[in-house]
Design a protein around this ligand. Structure first.
Ligand code: UDP
Length: 194
């Protein structure tokens, strides 16, 4: 199955390579939104109907973590991959280099996205990081941030502000974004900045 119904959500049953292909090869005219769904977000979606609706409005939900595999197995499905963002980033970087696509990092504490970008560019010298912005703007400069993201010409936007803030931000602003794909990535920049 290419998509499974788990806890009322349509979760993609993709290998890591298929998930990266979806992210970098979308042909849609509008920005495609992808979220990573793990056991933590499932719990949140059960207690918070607004968050459940937000997850339902993504263009793709990726199964993140072994808890999702167990849940799928309980429901009688075999998940083809663990599409967690931390393991995915190296593959995403390589695919971006191959396809000449650029990435923008938005979120985490001041300096963290920048530091993660520096480290990744050291590891992947051909990687094109179009820009970075921290995630503690308290809604003040949203229009400027969107302008900066759009002016960067990035193909892929990663938003790391934790759930449900990052999902809410992406759904609220998807129509103003010019990138091909935007993903909500949680603590990803913290991990890669260290
Ligand atoms: N964050 C942010 N703005 C905020 C609140 C959080 O940029 O207003 C960042 C925080 O610094 C961290 C990330 O969001 O880098 C959340 O990471 P976490 O691992 O908690 O993500 P989750 O498990 O919620 O997906």
């Amino acid at each position: 199955a290419k998509s499974l119904s788990l806890f009322g959500l349509h979760v993609k049953n993709t290998t890591m390579a298929e998930a990266v292909d979806w992210i970098t090869q979308t042909q849609a005219d509008n920005t495609q939104i992808g979220f990573f769904v793990n056991v933590h977000s499932i719990n949140l979606s059960i207690s918070d109907p607004t968050f459940f609706n937000q997850l339902s409005n993504a263009n793709a939900l990726f199964a993140d973590g072994s808890g999702m595999r167990l849940a799928a197995r309980k429901a009688g499905f075999q998940l083809n991959g663990n599409n967690n963002g931390t393991d995915m980033l190296p593959y995403l970087c390589k695919s971006c280099i191959k396809r000449k696509q650029s990435i923008y990092f938005f979120g985490a504490a001041p300096g963290i996205a920048q530091q993660a970008a520096r480290k990744l560019c050291k590891k992947y010298p051909d990687l094109n990081i179009a820009g970075t912005e921290h995630g503690y703007n308290e809604g003040k400069h949203t229009e400027q941030i969107i302008e900066s993201i759009n002016n960067s010409g990035c193909d892929i936007l990663l938003v790391a502000m934790g759930s449900p803030l990052q999902e809410e931000w992406l759904l609220n602003h998807r129509d103003k974004l010019h990138c091909k794909t935007a993903l909500a990535v949680g603590g990803l920049f913290d991990f890669y900045s260290g």
